[in-house]
Design a protein around this ligand. Structure first.
Ligand code: ATP
Length: 146
C-alpha cells in the first residue's frame, strides 16, 4: 500500500498525493526516508529539499521548516512554507538572493542591527534552497506537473 501524503501551510494546500512510494525528508535530526508501513513518527522539519516519489517520478519540494507526522501510511506535513519545484519562480528567487547578498555586504560595512543580519541570512538561505530545487528539477528533466 502506498503512502498518502498531504503538505499544507497556513494559507494553502501545497500537495495531496495518494500514490507515494517513498519520501525523503529533511528533519532537524537529519535526512530520513519514509517507506510504506513506517513506524509512527513525529519530527520537526529543517530547511531543505524534500523529494516525493510516485510512479510518475520524483517531485522535489523546497520546505522551510515545520512538522511531519506519520501514522498508518498517512503522512501529514505542516510547513512554515513549501513550494514544489514546478511552482518556484526562479527569477523571483534569484532577485531575493541578490537582495539578501547586498544586505549582507552592506551590513558588513556598517553597524546595523543584528536582527537585520539574521533576516538577511535567513532570506539568503530560503532563496538558495529555492534555486537549488528549481535548478535540480530542470537539470534532471523531471517532468513539470502541469
Ligand atoms: P521574496 O523576498 O521573494 O518574497 P521570501 O523568502 O521573503 O521571498 P517567503 O516569506 O519565504 O518569501 O514566502 C512568502 C510566500 O511566497 C510563500 O507562500 C512562499 O511559498 C512564496 N514564495 C516565495 N518565494 C517564491 C518563489 N521564488 N517562487 C514561488 N513562490 C515563492
Amino acid at each position: 500500500m502506498p503512502l498518502r501524503l498531504s503538505i499544507v501551510t497556513q494559507d494553502r494546500t501545497v500537495l495531496e498525493q495518494d500514490d507515494v512510494t517513498r519520501l525523503v525528508v529533511p528533519t532537524t535530526e537529519g535526512q530520513i526516508t519514509i517507506l510504506p508501513s513506517h513506524a509512527p513518527l513525529m519530527a520537526s522539519l529543517s530547511i531543505g529539499e524534500m523529494v516525493v516519489y510516485t510512479p510518475a517520478g520524483p517531485d522535489p519540494i523546497a520546505v522551510h521548516g515545520g512538522f511531519i507526522q506519520v501514522v498508518d501510511d498517512e503522512v501529514s506535513v505542516l510547513a512554515d512554507a513549501a513550494e514544489r519545484a514546478s511552482d518556484i519562480d526562479e527569477t523571483r528567487a534569484d532577485e531575493a538572493r541578490t537582495r539578501a547578498e547586498r544586505h549582507l555586504t552592506e551590513r558588513a560595512a556598517d553597524t546595523g542591527e543584528a536582527i537585520d543580519l539574521l533576516r538577511a541570512q535567513a532570506a539568503l538561505q530560503r532563496s538558495l534552497l529555492r534555486l537549488r530545487v528549481v535548478r535540480r528539477r530542470r537539470g534532471t528533466g523531471v517532468p513539470a506537473s502541469r
